[in-house]
Every structure is written in structure tokens, then in C-alpha cells.
Design a binder for this molecule. Structure first.
Ligand code: F6P
Length: 245
């Protein structure tokens, strides 16, 4: 894995957005996998700015979001769909028919997950997937456990993960849904390139475990050690565990 450490989150996210814009210029039909949460927010802001200055054209690109809360409708203001509309989709020229989302309110989670896995395959897989990482090492909502799931699935969210998402629910972790639908490990591992973002001291232990720990379902991100093309974008605080090695 390539590790890029920047002096600030702003520098890291600007460089990551510029990298994505370069990838889109090289392949305008790029299929992107996109995360929610706090880490990608500045990347989305930068992508919007690049688009506004004519340096990013997403008219032929496709996006697949990685996960969605179970039970929330797409128009619920707390859904990841609404988050993506606010922070990216309203401001760039991705075509609505090329924006893909798991529907957390679908009546049958299993068939919704099967539909989504098929849609990713039909699109030719993900070219570039951007990921955050949970302090417990989760990627998308693939939570640590005795085993990981390859396919898109319904995931129970850990207490720690719900705590980390509380800021999006008025700082009240009890309002964070108990479960989500998420892409499985296979779609993430089969992406041609993975861009993983981590900022702040709360991510330092997870970053060290991802890069140097055993490859274990107890740290889902550690499986990225097996991937050929991963770029990890860090600030100094998230990289602090690496310096002590
Ligand atoms: O970027 P954050 O808010 O720290 O969250 C880490 C990860 O956990 C999630 O909230 C779960 O997928 C992601 O959205 C994010 O990639």
C-alpha cells in the first residue's frame, strides 16, 4: 500500500480530489465507489470546486455509494443519499441515472443487496473506490467480527460505529440506526484502485493495524494489504502510530 502523509487534512483531501480528477480525465466513464461520513467531506468540497472551475467533468462517470442506513428512505435528511445530494450530487454533473444507491427502505434487504451487487457487476466493477476507516477498522459497514461477508449485506452496527456517527444525528448515538446495508468485501477488494482516507488521532490505531497488523476479520481494513493498488491519504495525527514503529 502506498502511504501519503500530509501536514493537514486540507492538503490531503485537496491532493486526493486532484487525483480523482486526473483519473476521470484519463477515463471519463470512470466507475466510482463513494463513502459517506466525515472523512470524505473535504474531498467532495474540492471536487465541487474543481467542477465549478471546469476542471472536472463527471457527465460520463458512474457512482455507487458504499452503504446506507437500514430503514431510512432516500429523502430522509439523515440518509447517506441525502448527505451525498447535499455535499456532491447537487453541485456536479453526474447524471441521475448513473448515480447508484442502496435503498435502506427496500422491503426486502436480501433482494435489494442482490440487486446492488448485480448493478456493480453490470457496470464492470468499481474503477476507483474511496474509503474511510472506522476506529475499529471497519470499511464501508464491514464491521470487525469472526468472519467477513463477501457480498452486499445487512450489517449490525457496533456501538463504537454508532457513537462515531452521532455527530450526524444531533450528537445522539441512540438516534443512529442499529443496522445498515453495505457493499461486501468482494466489491471493495475487486475495485481497481482504493483510496483510503484517515484523519485525526482517533484513527491512528486503526491505520497502524490496517497497514501492519495481521490480516484478520477483526480489522476488515487489514485485507487491503492483499490489494495491488491502494493509496492511503493521512494527516500527521492519523499517521502517528506509524512513526513509533
Ligand atoms: O469518516 P468517518 O466519519 O470517521 O467514518 C469512517 C467510516 O465509517 C462510515 O461512517 C461507515 O461506512 C463511513 O461512512 C466512513 O467511511
Amino acid at each position: 500500500m502506498k502511504v501519503r502523509v500530509f501536514s493537514s487534512e486540507q492538503e490531503a483531501t485537496a491532493a486526493c480530489a486532484a487525483h480523482i480528477a486526473t483519473e476521470v480525465r484519463a477515463k471519463p466513464e470512470l466507475v466510482l465507489g463513494l463513502p459517506s461520513g466525515r472523512s470524505p467531506l473535504n474531498v467532495y468540497r474540492e471536487l465541487v470546486a474543481l467542477h465549478a472551475r471546469g476542471a472536472l467533468d463527471l457527465a460520463r462517470a458512474t457512482s455507487f455509494n458504499l452503504d446506507e442506513f437500514l430503514g431510512l428512505t432516500p429523502d430522509d435528511s439523515n440518509s447517506f443519499r441525502a448527505y451525498m445530494e447535499r455535499h456532491l450530487f447537487q453541485h456536479v454533473n453526474l447524471l441521475p441515472e448513473r448515480i447508484h444507491f442502496l435503498d435502506g427502505s427496500a422491503p426486502e434487504a436480501e433482494s435489494e443487496c442482490a440487486r446492488y451487487d448485480s448493478a456493480v457487476v453490470k457496470a464492470g466493477g468499481l474503477d476507483v473506490v474511496m474509503l474511510g476507516i472506522g476506529p475499529n477498522g471497519h470499511i464501508a459497514f464491514n464491521e470487525p467480527g469472526d468472519a467477513l461477508v463477501a457480498t452486499c449485506h445487512r450489517a449490525l452496527l457496533s456501538r463504537e460505529t454508532r457513537q462515531g456517527l452521532a455527530a450526524f444525528f444531533g450528537n445522539d448515538a441512540t438516534r443512529v440506526p442499529l443496522a445498515a446495508l453495505t457493499m461486501g468485501m468482494a466489491a471493495l477488494m475487486q475495485a481497481r484502485q482504493v483510496l483510503l482516507l484517515a484523519f485525526g488521532a482517533s484513527k491512528a490505531a486503526a491505520v497502524t493495524a490496517m497497514l501492519h497488523g495481521p490480516i484478520s476479520p477483526q480489522c476488515p481494513a487489514s485485507f487491503l494489504q492483499l490489494h495491488r493498488d491502494v493509496v492511503v491519504w493521512l494527516d500527521g495525527a492519523a499517521a502517528s502510530g506509524l512513526e513509533q514503529r
